[in-house]
Structures are given as C-alpha cells and as structure tokens.
Unconditional design. Structure first.
Length: 476
C-alpha cells in the first residue's frame, strides 16, 4: 500500500500493479528458515559506537536494501542511501526495487540471506504477523532509543507521530516494524469537480446521496474504487463503522471476537455503501478496474469520490489535471446517533520497514532508517511523493500540494478522533483475500447483499480465530 501503498499501505496498504495474492506462497514456510550456516551468511562485526555512530555501524560493511516500487516510488530511499554513503564512504550500498516483495524475498528468508532493510509493502507484501510469530525480525528498539540525526538530545522515538511506535508492536515491548509514511485514509475528491455541481463535501450520508444523484443527472458517477483490489474500500468504510459505533466496534473486529461483524454499526455502514450500488451511483465497470484505472477515471471526472490513502496524490499525478484541487474527506455522518463527530478519520503509519533477524548488517539497516527519519530525508520524501512521514512535523517551510495540505487539515480537524484499525496489519490474508476480495468486492458489485456479506465475513473471521497456525493479536 504505499505505498500503503500508502497501505502496506499502503496499506497500506497499500499499490502493486497486480494482486497476485493467491500466487504468493504462504509465509508459514518461514518456520523452516535456515539461519545461514556458512561464513557468507554470518552477521558482520559491529563498528565502534560513538556520538556520530550510535548504533555501532560497521563503516565498511555492505548494505543491502529492497524497496517496494509502488505509489511512493524509490527515489526517496536513494536520497537517504546517498546520505548513508556520505556518513560511511567505505560501505557499498546495494539498492533493489520491486513490486513482488514476497515472491522475491521469501527464498532469501528461507535461505538465511535476507536483505538488511526491506520496505515490506504492496499487494504482495510478506505477512507481518507471520514474520513476527516466526521470529524473523530484528527488534527496532535500539533504533528508537538512538539519538535523532537532527537533535542528539532527543531519542528517535520521541520525534515520531503518536501511535507509530505502538503500531510496530505485536506482543510485549519489542518493536518489529517502523512505519515510515504517515497515511491519511478517507474519501478523496476534487474540489473543482464538486464546485461544478454547486456542491461541497457532504458531511451527512443524506447529503452524500444527494450529491451523487446530482452527479448522476449530469452523467457523472458518484463513486469508483479499485474493483480488482477491493480491500481499498475499507479505507473509508472502516472509519465510517468506527464513527457510527465507536472505536470499540473496530477493536472487537480486530480482536476476532465472536459476532463482532454483526454489530449494528457494521450493518448500518454496509447498507449505506450498498445503497451506492443499488441507486446506480457506482461508475459502470468499476469491479473490473485496478487501482490505477479507477484513479485515472476519477481524475478524468468520471466519478466524484474514491476511497484511498494519501499516497494517491503522487501515484495519480500523471493524470491529475492542474486545476483538480485534490482533497480528502472524513466519513460522512450517518445520522445524529453516531458515536463520534464528523471529522473522525483513519490515519496511521504506512509503508512498513523491517530489518530481518538474519540480516548480515542489521545495524546498517537501522542506521539508514535513522537517517530517513531525519528532517532532510523526511522533507525529501514529502516534496517527492506528496505524503507525510512518521516524523512529527517536518513540513515547516514547505509549500504543500493540495492533497497533502488537505490531509494535514483533516488531521487537525480530527484532533483526538483518529482511528487505527489493525486488521490489515495483523491478518493480511483475512483482510485482503477474504474480506476485501471475497466479500466487500462482491457486495459492491451487487453479487452479495449486506447481510450476506456480513455473514460471510464473520465466518472468515471465525475461521481465522480458530486456526491454530495463525498467531493472534489483541488490543490491550
């Protein structure tokens, strides 16, 4: 997803050219990972720890980096790698980029020769929960306790946005993942195209339907979405559920609790979204569109709204008109009984970076992340890809593009009402293959009713809860 997309990011969720989930080997094979028996696979010796080298990086050791080549591209990583080379000129940096993260890296994990730093994002990301449960990752607390590159008086963890460190934890105090981007999810739209209809972003669902009806009369669809990857739908649907029923509804869903999906808030949200299909407000052909095609149709003014993450501004920039004035809206209020106010949205860390436990140069991998979390690298990222980073701040002095400026405004409006569903982090296959493709995509295409979709999803969740091979996580 990111790239995250954005997602992992990025999803984040996350931004691959093809889903390919069914073709990705199960991450359970990692249980048989080799630790690397020959000298080539052993970790390099640590360097000398100092104020300039707080992680004791071996200054001459090679660094192997693999970046997901999605919505955020890879230039931001290359820029940070250049800074790494300045600090450690004797080190060779190997940079690779791919959309096929799991297919390419699983054999390396199994052989005990994983890279030193991985941007584990996209439709073919490796299952984070499985990586953690199989003890394949390095605890990043050493990085978080190291001094910031900008202010030696501050630890890295103290420079990050709220919730970023917690997202990288599964059980206990170990931090296994560092989410680099900070993604704002929601209903994305063009201010220009709404103004052409004499409309503003609808703050209530009744107004949403009125705007869609007005658009329909002009030959414009209300909504489109990534029909081939319908796990994008939750980017606006999940915070809608949380707004209606409160954060505890989403927590019960994340916890795989019995009947969690049968909550009235879920039913209300599903029925509202199904009404978009039933009234003909979905762009014709949407179920057959991938994320790029749906974004292009949206940019062309064929549809007003699209559920997405803040990476969309960069990912769709080639087809976005100059006067588009991209913006993000929080979920509309269903009615006056909603538990949370309008402005409540989903925002969280995206673009998950990991350092494998069996990496040859784990200190180098963490050091590159430390550099990336500095002001210079963060601003490079913001300017290059129109997305915030997990560095708290970093936008000072920058002129933000419309979508990113809107994301910042949405965060300011949300205040404390920021939701962070964890299903896509804890149970990737459940979220993408089953809930997304198997149920939500079918419902939005009119092949399942809301009640049928809920029943199907609850069974998926129950099956996952009963599956002893799947590591379980809960909100504390």
């Amino acid at each position: 997803m990111g790239s995250t997309s954005e997602f992992s990011r990025r999803e984040l969720i996350r931004r691959a050219a093809a889903l390919g989930v069914a073709a990705v080997p199960a991450m359970g094979v990692l249980s048989a990972c080799a630790s690397g028996g020959d000298d080539d696979n052993k970790q390099v010796d640590k360097g000398t720890k100092s104020a300039k080298n707080p992680l004791a990086v071996n200054e001459k050791a090679a660094l192997d980096v693999v970046i997901f080549d999605g919505g955020f591209g890879q230039q931001y990583a290359k820029d940070a790698e250049a800074e790494y080379k300045k600090a450690y000129p004797g080190a060779e940096v190997k940079h690779s980029a791919t959309q096929d993260i799991a297919p390419q890296l699983q054999p390396r994990f199994n052989g005990g020769t994983p890279p030193d730093l991985i941007d584990n994002s996209g439709a073919k990301q490796m299952d984070m929960g499985t990586l953690v449960s199989q003890k394949q990752l390095t605890d990043l607390n050493a990085l978080l306790d190291a001094p910031s590159v900008d202010d030696p008086g501050k630890k890295v963890r103290d420079t990050l946005r709220p919730g970023v460190v917690e997202m990288g934890r599964f059980d206990g105090e170990e931090t296994w993942i560092l989410y680099y981007a900070y993604t704002v999810y929601g209903v994305w739209y063009s201010q220009t195209n709404l103004q052409k209809l004499d409309a503003q972003y609808p703050e209530t669902w009744d107004d949403m339907l009125k705007v869609c009806e007005a658009a329909k009369k002009k030959g414009i669809a209300g909504w489109t979405y990534a029909g081939k990857y319908p796990y994008y739908i939750p980017f606006s649907l999940y915070p809608f559920i949380g707004k209606i029923g409160g954060v505890e509804v989403l927590n019960r869903i994340d916890n795989l609790e019995p009947n969690a999906w049968k909550d009235p808030a879920v039913k209300a949200a599903f029925e509202a979204y199904y009404e978009l299909y039933r009234k003909g407000y979905i762009l014709q052909g949407t179920p057959g569109l991938d994320h790029i095609q749906s974004q292009t149709a949206w940019n062309e003014g064929k549809a007003l709204f699209i559920p997405n993450g803040s990476w969309v501004e960069n990912e769709s920039k080639k087809t976005t008109p100059k006067d588009f004035r991209m913006a993000v809206g929080a979920p509309s209020s269903l009615d006056k009984n909603d538990k949370l106010p309008f402005g409540t949205l989903w925002a969280s860390g995206g673009e998950p970076f990991i350092v494998p436990k069996n990496a040859r140069n784990p200190q180098g991998g963490m050091e590159l992340l430390r550099i990336m979390l500095g002001r210079k690298s963060s601003q490079n990222f913001i300017k290059a890809v129109s997305s915030l980073t997990s560095l708290n701040g970093g936008t000072e002095g920058l002129v933000l593009p419309p979508g990113l400026a809107s994301s910042q405004q949405a965060l300011d409006k949300a205040g404390r009402n920021v939701l962070n569903p964890r299903l896509q982090d804890w149970y990737v296959a459940l979220q993408k293959e089953k809930i997304g493709v198997g149920a939500l995509g079918e419902m939005m295409a009119g092949r399942l009713t809301p009640d049928e979709a809920i029943k199907k999803i609850q069974k998926y969740a129950d099956d996952t809860a009963k599956d002893s091979s799947v590591k379980k996580y809960t909100h504390k």
